[in-house]
Ligand binder design. Structure first.
Ligand SMILES: CC(C)(COP(=O)(O)OP(=O)(O)OC[C@H]1O[C@@H](n2cnc3c(N)ncnc32)[C@H](O)[C@@H]1OP(=O)(O)O)[C@@H](O)C(=O)NCCC(=O)NCCS
Length: 155
């Protein structure tokens, strides 16, 4: 990962998270988030920062049920791709999910092969609790979701 560090963000990182999410949401790869939403949910995020403290990667881990957590808003700046940052961000989420007692972690994604490479398996979207879909109304793809659901059972 070179000189990149994974940290829990503070409020000063919110705009960097927003810029990253904007880049990919404009390409319809991740769900958009307002800056207000990022401030409100700052505690769900992990960020990858370079030596200057600039956000070059982000991910959110949101708990959604008694044993279930979702990986959201995973994004790595293009010039930092292929350095293991995406993998490490997901690993931080998995470790945090375990700490909180979650048994399963899932993601809705267009890069299912990336997740499968990390040990996730495909599942049917019908297996996810209805609560998961509450944010879908804000998605450009709603109601024709073509993302794939992937899941990891935590040991
Ligand atoms: C997907 C993404 C987060 C990967 O980040 P990254 O830092 O480049 O990934 P890493 O370097 O950690 O790659 C880890 C492994 O996954 C593989 N991989 C990376 N991107 C992949 C992709 N799009 N499809 C399949 N495999 C991928 C790598 O080859 C590497 O494999 P290896 O360990 O066997 O060598 C990044 O490409 C990205 O931000 N994409 C746009 C946003 C997006 O799609 N987010 C996911 C929304 S759920």
């Amino acid at each position: 990962m070179g000189n990149v560090t994974i940290i829990k963000p503070s409020l000063k990182h919110a705009q960097g998270i927003k810029d990253l999410i904007d880049f990919y949401s404009q390409r319809r790869i991740v769900l958009p988030r307002s800056i207000a939403d990022i401030y409100e949910k700052i505690r769900i995020f992990w960020v990858a920062v370079d030596e200057e403290g600039t956000v070059v990667g982000c991910v959110g881990l949101q708990f959604c049920w008694n044993d279930l957590a979702e990986i959201k808003s995973l994004a790595v700046r293009e010039d930092y791709h292929g350095k293991g940052i995406g993998r490490t961000l997901v690993e931080y989420c998995l470790a945090e999910a375990r700490e909180f007692g979650a048994r399963k972690v899932f993601a809705l994604t267009y890069v299912s092969d990336f997740f499968k490479n990390l040990g996730f398996v495909s599942i049917s979207k019908d297996d996810l609790p209805h609560k998961v879909w509450s944010e879908c109304i804000n998605c450009q793809h709603f109601p024709n979701c073509d993302e794939e659901a992937v899941e990891m059972i935590l040991s």
